[in-house]
Design a protein around this ligand. Structure first.
Ligand code: ATP
Ligand code: MG
Length: 419
């Protein structure tokens, strides 16, 4: 019996992989412009990192991790997200000691979550994310948001909307929490089972519940933004001002939460018109408590993550074609054994000089080889028969203009380079 791909994963085949490469390259370019540098961390980490760095009460840690015991009896987890590992590496490699601060990093890599698969929700998916660690200044909040927005804009995505919120800090959150719990206690019996237990453990997350009754109950709940402290309130105002300055439109959504102690202040999500029920394509925020949580000093941080899968779905839904090219520069057709031998050498020369070039390997007739050249959308077809070999020339046919001419072997590269 044939073996099938695991549920929630996908092969990225030639034809589609060029779109991935294009998006990844765009992400890298924009990071370079914003002065973020790439970091590559392992695909698996000690499980404890995610318990501490993502949070015990999150869906990710409670339900979605791929955790196993390795042969050395360690609990290992395939990374479900990127931030915890980046912060671990930041602490472990003492990046805070670098005179250039904040430390601005980005990653592109596979993440693993045991989810119920659907379009845009995979068990293995690829995230592009950035982290800026070591600065409180609201301009860095706005900068990370801008980086994500500009990337989408440059890819041609339309109908973007940005929602922002402040989730406060360890000073203002307990005050809000008290008000929130008092409000929710009144209708506790009506909350869903999950939310009833959240009420004690992590009431903020009730604001995030998709259950219609819970949504209804939280509609009137007090907003965190009403209780922001003397530090968080002006910070939030300043982030908004910076976004205004950058001409980036947003709406404040006081329901948006990241219900963990070490997520603080700015939280944001970017939505795009397009595909199905899931419209969120990017999520991010500040995590001023995270570095300490993972064993470092008290260092603020902010970042976001987006999956390439959801970018691609959005592009498809919006009928946006990326300018990717897969054509060959040259296809070399040789007729006869001696010519075939010479063609191998010419092909190698072309490739050494940077041309994407190929030939036939399966003994096709001339006509079928021309067809193959056509399928590869070769810009030039180079023909080498016995006559040409004797004359030490190759016929170069420009497939756009139809022009063809004989070019001496030793001028082949310069001829093609000049065109
Ligand atoms: P959702 O509410 O859709 O489950 P999330 O809150 O779990 O999202 P984050 O952990 O903030 O998402 O991840 C940031 C981004 O990563 C999302 O906005 C989305 O683009 C992408 N993402 C998250 N989970 C998946 C998944 N299972 N498959 C594909 N992309 C994902
Ligand atoms: Mg999720």
């Amino acid at each position: 019996m044939a073996i099938h791909i695991p549920r929630g994963t996908a092969d990225v085949l030639p034809g589609e992989v060029e779109l991935w490469q294009y998006i990844e390259q765009k992400a890298r370019q924009i990071c370079k412009r914003y002065n973020y540098r790439e970091i590559r961390t392992p695909i698996f980490e000690h499980t404890e990192l995610f318990h501490r760095g993502v949070g015990e009460t999150t869906d990710i840690v409670e339900k979605e991790m791929y955790t196993f015991t390795d042969k050395g009896d360690r609990s290992i987890t395939l990374r479900p997200e990127g931030t915890a590992a980046v912060v671990r590496s930041y602490v472990e490699n003492k990046m805070y000691g670098d005179p250039n601060q904040p430390t601005k990093l980005y990653y592109i890599g596979q993440m693993f979550r045991y989810e119920r698969p659907q379009a845009g929700r995979m068990r293995q998916f690829t995230q592009f994310g950035v982290e800026a660690i070591g600065a409180h200044h609201p301009s860095i909040d706005a900068e990370t948001i801008a980086l994500a927005m500009r990337l989408y804009e440059e890819l041609g995505i339309k109908g973007l909307s940005l929602e922002i919120n402040s989730v406060g800090c360890s000073t203002c959150r307990p005050v809000h929490r008290e008000h929130l719990v008092a409000h929710l206690e009144e209708r506790k019996e009506e909350l869903c089972g999950d939310c009833q237990s959240r009420l004690e453990r992590n009431p903020l997350r009730i604001l995030d519940c998709k259950n219609p009754t819970c949504k209804e109950i939280t509609k009137e709940a007090p907003n965190i933004t009403e209780h922001l402290c003397e530090e968080c309130s002006p910070h939030f105002e300043a982030v908004k001002k910076h976004l205004d300055q950058l001409g980036i439109a947003y709406t404040v959504n006081p329901r948006m939460v990241r219900g963990l102690d070490y997520y603080t202040q700015t939280a944001f999500e970017i939505m795009a018109e397009g595909f199905g029920a899931i419209t969120t394509i990017c999520g991010g925020g500040r995590y001023n408590g995270l570095v300490e949580q993972i064993g470092g000093n008290d260092m603020p941080g902010i970042g976001f993550a987006m999956s390439i899968e959801r970018v691609l779905l959005t592009l498809k839904a919006q009928n946006i074609e990326l300018p990717v090219h897969t054509h060959l520069d040259c296809f070399l057709i040789a007729m006869g054994e001696a010519a075939e031998m010479k063609s191998v050498e010419l092909l190698d020369q072309l490739r050494q000089h940077g041309f994407a070039a190929d030939k036939d390997y399966v003994g096709r007739k001339m006509k079928a080889q021309l067809k193959a050249a056509d399928r590869y959308a070769a810009r030039y077809v180079l023909i080498l028969g016995e006559d040409e070999l004797n004359k030490q020339v190759v016929v170069i046919k420009d497939m756009q203009t139809g022009d063809q001419q004989e070019v001496p072997f030793d001028e082949m590269v310069s001829f093609l380079s000049a065109h």
